[in-house]
Design a protein. Structure first.
Length: 250
């Protein structure tokens, strides 16, 4: 039985295959691949999602985050063992049913935001950036490891939130600087290191507390503490769990 021809977009006359279809389509890569899957069928989608042929690229922008997120899923290199191990351990909790199990926590924090707006009244000037930073990081903390920053009950953000924002901003700036410029940013580097140390310390404490005082929960932290890699039968180290908790916020 002859093989059917695999459907694909017409190739460029310039000899670069389908590069222009993806790189210069005017859309982002995810939307472009989705559109092509709609046009050319499941065989295309299966090929794009086959990690034997495609791998995650950790470019300079992501590498600048590695002091913060280490070999967490966000910034792990494909060759690092924890990339595959964590993917296997966490795949279930990020399924549609796993995410649905987080809805109550998401609604909890969203209600805090709406209640704040209601209590301040119609004359209140909403600071979208500040309030939605609180919303995002408080939601992740409660959904992922059942911890409350309570950012809506204070004029100041939780120190973790401030440190996370500061570290992400500085990592982004490092990616845009020339390497020798970063070398001479002594004070900025000290502040970045202090923020990273605080974030790591809090995450390590949360892991230690949960290990000493187990709870019945289907949150991300319990999944990482108790889950096993289907390929090796091993669990994640406490260090990698820390990096995964940080990556959830990054």
């Amino acid at each position: 039985m002859p093989h059917a021809t695999i459907p694909q977009p017409p190739e460029s006359v310039l000899g670069v295959g389908n590069t222009f279809e993806v790189a210069f389509s005017g859309d982002n890569f995810v939307n472009t691949t989705g559109r092509l899957a709609d046009l050319y069928g499941q065989v295309y989608a299966d090929a794009v999602c086959d990690d034997r042929y495609f791998s995650k690229s950790v470019g300079r922008a992501l590498e600048t985050l590695r002091p913060l997120t280490g070999d967490g899923l966000f910034t792990a290199f494909n060759k690092e063992p924890n990339w595959r191990a964590a993917h296997n351990v966490l795949a279930g909790i990020f399924s549609p049913m796993g995410v649905r199990g987080m809805f109550d926590d998401m609604v909890d924090i969203a209600q805090q935001l709406v209640l704040k707006f209601e209590r301040f009244g119609p004359e209140y000037d909403i600071d979208i950036s500040q309030d939605f930073t609180r919303l995002t990081l408080d939601t992740i903390a409660l959904s992922a490891f059942s911890y409350r920053f309570n950012s809506f009950y204070s004029n100041e953000m939780h120190p973790f939130v401030n440190s996370m924002v500061n570290a992400l901003v500085e990592a982004g700036r490092r990616a845009r600087r020339l390497p020798f410029q970063n070398y001479f940013m002594f004070r900025t580097s000290q502040e970045f290191d202090a923020d990273v140390a605080y974030i790591h310390d809090l995450c390590d404490k949360l892991v230690q507390i949960r290990r000493k005082n187990p709870v019945e929960s289907r949150d991300l932290l319990n999944q990482m503490l108790n889950g096993k890699d289907k390929d090796t039968g091993l669990g994640l180290s406490d260090e990698n769990i820390r990096y995964q908790l940080v990556s959830a916020h990054a």
